[in-house]
Design a protein around this ligand. Structure first.
Ligand SMILES: *[C@@H]1O[C@H](CO)[C@@H](O)[C@H](O)[C@H]1NC(C)=O
Ligand SMILES: *[C@@H]1O[C@H](CO)[C@@H](O)[C@H](O)[C@H]1NC(C)=O
Ligand SMILES: *[C@@H]1O[C@H](CO)[C@@H](O)[C@H](O)[C@H]1NC(C)=O
Length: 679
């Protein structure tokens, strides 16, 4: 699934004209979106009146002497997915999209979100709220300059803004005599009161050793040795992102949907370890593991979650240096550490170490992908049988693939909300069906399925686009070119430590060649039973250079607004490449695709592919047969096994696509029958 961090939205803006808007069919129907220009305004039934919340918030603002209050969509850990009790923006604005920022002034309320969510915002917000369609962070600051008179204050919760984001607001307002005021009480929470969903109470558990790459003690020692080697000799590392503590201590929880993490912070010093978490939620076994080596440098002291600020502040009084990652540490925590005691980098050493999987973690992730392939193959075969009977819609399809995954060994559910999109709905990169709006799947339309699972050994994410009838020549060309992009990037050989940004154009080249493109990023890192979007790995400018052992998705696409959408997504491991000439001291790298599901033969026009691409595809298909075939047989999924054999037949220049119809593979050696590629 394409990542939705802000850098991706920037792409969407640059590529205007790309199909990131709502399909025409929907936006021309005025009945389901609000109209605030007429009197009285037209409000569809999906809108919620937010007057009461806004009035109450404004009273609080007056009390705190601020003229504007900024409400972000994230939580105190800069999480991409949040718990319900952190859905403050949704509560105050009634907009439920996953990305956005709200600003409430004494008279106005405005919401910024990217183009994926504009129609949704117009469906959910009442006329108290204006929708701002510019997503640059600076545009919020500039709007505040316009709306807030000089000399007045702008309030925000310092625990909901990263240092980087805080600084970007401060830069715009600098010298304007408007002040950013950190208010530690969250004003939305005060107004939300007892209606606010409670803190989670479910157990936090130890991930069994079978599923971990190394013990938490080994991980702690590894981070400490990085501290020693650092030129500024930090005495502590502060961990704020939820995946950081989950990974470091081999613990998991279920505080946030689709993400097996729990609310926590950690302060790891050269001699002590503090884990800030609700102690009551730790299982006995977990407490035993954490305190087995007490007292000593491998003794974990459990402190209350809310104590983190006071503890960090107290620690920072001494002769210490605290290493923080500026992308995930909030301004609220940063503020209690004196400037000269800070050691800053974009990401903490835990974040960058976690990004490189060791041999065991690689084995685990590969194994999870074999089981995941079985689920997706079962789903594709089921669709092939049931779509022609008119028995499947987007929502029932999504539920069925989720069910197939859940039945698999070690599966703990989906890794994100399943995207299941037919026809024009697939032109929206993040469309998910609901039980009230769900399009019927048809042999006359293309269908896009983007889904993933959380398994104890790995997190998966795969997209396949299929057509069961007769695709148009343009659909086939677009699909084949997306596939060529996927292949070209996957088989690329590049020097170690090359930035993903440098190589991502290979995924676009086959599309660019004919004036086509896509408006989202090309891939993202992925965790071992952690986040489906795992930073900082990927192909964007703020991603770290690629090294051996990283996993990333590769997911080019093409979206034809109002008609169809294509995306082909695989997860791949960065491995050493065998090059003809000596590599010198720097290794050369390439990708090993670990997602193991064949592409739709019905949509591939083999005449576009080069010999090298065909050879690559055949080798990949052979790998799928070897790894998934025995697993299907072990599970006695004979029909699926036959499906796999049919769909992984080797391609050659003479292979006609008719093979996909399940009839005899008709091979023609008369290559002159095929369109001349070079012409
Ligand atoms: C709102 O209604 C007016 C008058 O019917 C119309 O001109 C305008 O296009 C509508 N705006 C939207 C956003 O539907
Ligand atoms: C409110 O803030 C303004 C601007 O900082 C200041 O001049 C004024 O004295 C403050 N009022 C109160 C009641 O704190
Ligand atoms: C649709 O889903 C919502 C949210 O999960 C649920 O509250 C509602 O009852 C469902 N409606 C139908 C018709 O199934």
């Amino acid at each position: 699934m394409p990542s939705s961090r802000w850098t991706t939205w920037a792409w969407m803006l640059l590529l205007s004209g790309c199909a990131m808007g709502w399909p025409k069919q929907s936006s021309s129907a005025t009945s389901d979106i609000r109209n605030c220009t007429i009197s009285p305004p037209f409000l569809p039934p999906t809108v919620t009146d937010t007057s009461a919340q806004l009035n109450a918030l404004r009273q609080r603002m007056q009390f705190y002497n601020i003229s504007a209050y900024i409400v972000p969509a994230t939580d105190a850990h800069m999480s991409e997915y949040i718990a319900e009790r952190d859905a403050r923006l949704a509560w105050i604005s009634s907009f439920t999209g996953s990305a956005g920022t709200g600003v409430v002034t004494t008279k106005k309320a405005a919401l910024w979100t990217d183009s994926r969510y504009w129609t949704q915002a117009e469906r959910q917000m009442d006329c108290n709220w204006e929708l701002q369609k510019i997503v640059w962070t600076d545009s919020i600051g500039e709007w505040l300059l316009q709306e807030i008179p000089a000399g007045e204050n702008i309030g925000l919760d310092p625990f909901l803004f990263s240092i980087d984001l805080w600084n970007s607001y401060a830069r715009v307002l600098q010298g304007s005599s408007r002040t950013l005021v950190p208010i530690e009480d969250n004003l939305v929470d005060l107004v939300w009161g007892t209606q606010r969903p409670p803190s989670p109470t479910s157990k936090i558990y130890l991930l069994p050793e079978t599923f971990t790459g190394s013990t938490w003690q080994e991980k702690v020692s590894g981070i400490r040795s990085q501290m020693e080697k650092h030129s500024r000799s930090p005495t502590a590392v502060l961990l704020s992102a939820l995946e950081e503590t989950a990974w470091l201590f081999n613990l998991r929880g279920d505080d946030i949907s689709y993400n097996p993490v729990f609310f926590s912070y950690a302060l790891l010093t050269t001699s002590d370890i503090s884990l800030f978490v609700d102690r009551n939620r730790l299982s006995t076994e977990t407490l035993q593991s954490l305190s087995a080596q007490c007292p000593g440098p491998l003794c974990v002291q459990v402190e209350e979650y809310d104590q983190v600020r006071a503890s960090v502040q107290a620690y920072a009084q001494g002769d210490v240096r605290v290493w923080i990652g500026t992308e995930y540490t909030t301004y609220g925590l940063y503020g209690v550490i004196p400037q000269d005691k800070l050691v800053e980098s974009s990401y903490s050493p835990v974040m960058t170490t976690k990004a490189v999987k060791n041999a065991k973690e690689q084995t685990l992730l590969r194994a999870a992908h074999v089981r995941d392939a079985v689920a997706v193959i079962q789903y594709l075969l089921w669709l092939e049988k049931n779509v022609p009977k008119g028995l499947v819609d987007e929502f029932s399809g999504a539920r069925y693939v989720d069910k197939l995954r859940r039945e698999k060994e070690h599966c703990r559910g989906a890794s994100f909300e399943t995207i299941s999109a037919s026809g024009l709905n697939a032109a929206l990169a993040h469309y998910s069906p609901s039980n009230v709006s769900s399009r019927k799947l048809s042999v006359d339309e293309m269908y896009l399925s983007d889904s993933g699972g959380q398994y104890l050994d790995g997190t998966t994410d795969i997209t396949r686009t299929v057509h069961w009838g007769e695709p148009t020549p343009f659909q086939k060309e677009a699909y084949t070119r997306v596939l060529m992009g996927n292949i070209d990037l996957a088989r690329l050989v590049f020097p170690s430590e090359t930035s993903g940004r440098v190589v991502e154009a290979f995924a676009r080249r086959a599309l660019w060649e004919v004036g086509l493109n896509y408006g989202h990023g090309t891939g993202h890192g992925i965790g071992n039973f952690l986040s489906v979007h795992e930073w900082p790995v990927g192909f964007q400018s703020n991603n770290v250079p690629l090294v051996k052992g990283m996993f990333t998705s590769i997911e080019p696409g093409y979206y034809q607004e109002g008609e169809f959408g294509i995306r082909i997504e695989d997860v791949a491991l960065v491995v050493e490449a065998q090059t003809k000439h000596g590599a010198g001291e720097k290794a050369y790298l390439t990708f090993e695709v670990v997602s193991l599901v064949p592409y739709d033969r019905n949509l591939i026009d083999i005449s576009f592919l080069s010999e090298d691409q065909i050879q690559y595809l055949n080798t990949y298909y052979e790998t799928i047969r070897q790894r998934v075939g025995p697993e299907l047989q072990r599970r006695q999924l004979e029909e699926e096994y036959e499906w796999l054999r049919r769909n992984t037949q080797p391609f050659s220049r003479g292979t006609l696509v008719a093979a996909s119809l399940g009839t005899l593979a008709i091979t023609s050696l008369v290559s002159t029958l095929l369109p001349d590629r070079q012409a």
